[in-house]
Design a protein around this ligand. Sequence first.
Ligand SMILES: Cc1cc2nc3c(=O)[nH]c(=O)nc-3n(C[C@H](O)[C@H](O)[C@H](O)COP(=O)(O)OP(=O)(O)OC[C@H]3O[C@@H](n4cnc5c(N)ncnc54)[C@H](O)[C@@H]3O)c2cc1C
Length: 415
Amino acid sequence: MSSLRIAIVGAGPGGLMLASLLQHNGIHCTIFELDKDRSTRSQGGIIDLHPESGQLALREAGLFEEFEKHLLPGAEAMKLVKSDGTVRWDENNMEGVEAGPARNRPEIDRPTLRNILLDSIDPASIQWGRKLVRVKANETSTDKYTLHFTDGREEGFDLVIGADGAWSKVRLLLTDQLPIYSGVTLLDMKAEEVSRKKLWLESFTGSGSCFMFDEGRALICQRNGNDIIRVYAAVRQPETWLNDCGIDWQNPGLARKDFTERYFGDCHEDLRRVIAVEASDSLLARPLFMLPVGFEWAPHAGVTLLGDAAHLMTPFAGVGVNVALADALSLARALITRKDALEVNLKQSLAEALREYEGPMFERAKENMNKTWVGLQHHLSADGIEDRVGRLQARAKQIEERKARHSEVGGSRAV
Ligand SMILES: Cc1cc2nc3c(=O)[nH]c(=O)nc-3n(C[C@H](O)[C@H](O)[C@H](O)COP(=O)(O)OP(=O)(O)OC[C@H]3O[C@@H](n4cnc5c(N)ncnc54)[C@H](O)[C@@H]3O)c2cc1C
């Protein structure tokens, strides 16, 4: 075991993946999480993990097989609908089109992913119910950094990793940049026990995700595990809209109907029904925030960030968890390869490790923040659906052509 004292603040996917990788390589770390326990809070919807990032991190942590056991069958299927109700693409009803599985982005429920990661770490290394207030750098003490918590306790560490999400307290030590409003607010809704109570919504959504994109608005229905369908309605509105739009958010049933009439009133009745009638089991309005594309901070000995704390993005490219897991993997590698050197020359080895991690991480973050910003414009644009259909058709054609080439090659060999 190393004597390096590492604090990871935040037990989201990024922080837990880092802890898992470090601990499997004999590097001790302590995780501080504000939630009281693993089941305190709903962890949100499904997550698709990409081969080059999320899946790779799981493989390296030895968790890929466990992940495969919990995949949601058929959840990759995509359906695209226009605001007038025209179905432009539906992988639930496409014979011979392998577009869903060919993307190799299998979906898992977020709570399941968190449990897989939690079960892979030493339970004694995670401190639940510990909310960080601030990190203080010490000039003289042997503790390089002191973490201050809401419970009044203080603890000292050599390396502090902020994996504490959008409103990171660790980030405040590195920069005064706060998240900025993206221009879009999301209504996050849910329908439960759908196979018993919401058969129409089940059939409308299909086995995966159903999207409607239009100018200034979007609607997304996503099948989750546990017989749940999540519904997200996005509108491009000013930051103050939630408070000054006049919708009574205290009365969710009325709020959904009022919202539907005002912002989706001219849509096909099926789309209106999804919000006003079907998504009746919870309603949470979230203004979406982001860090500026290309955000970076100056190197700071012994403190760094990963995941949303480092590069908060809106969900419009579906990459946040994947990038957080890729960050965890590259930071873990930078520390693991210096495991012995860290014991001998802590200051220099830590600086090298953080330099090795932060350079490529900033590049990866910029690329994905950019992709997400473009994704936001697409999702909320009049030609968003036609655009996506065009890309899916081109991809399906490529797959068909590749298959044809393979069978030709196979055929000539046989001759
Ligand atoms: C509606 C929605 C849909 C999304 N869909 C997708 C998707 O399909 N695919 C995808 O890849 N990404 C998606 N994302 C993005 C994804 O949720 C985030 O990018 C991801 O959760 C980031 O992981 P993280 O570990 O960096 O931070 P988080 O998941 O935010 O975890 C941070 C942790 O830190 C804890 N914490 C915060 N402050 C403190 C404190 N002061 N002290 C102690 N603990 C603290 C929190 O309780 C939390 O457990 C979506 C986001 C939203 C909002």
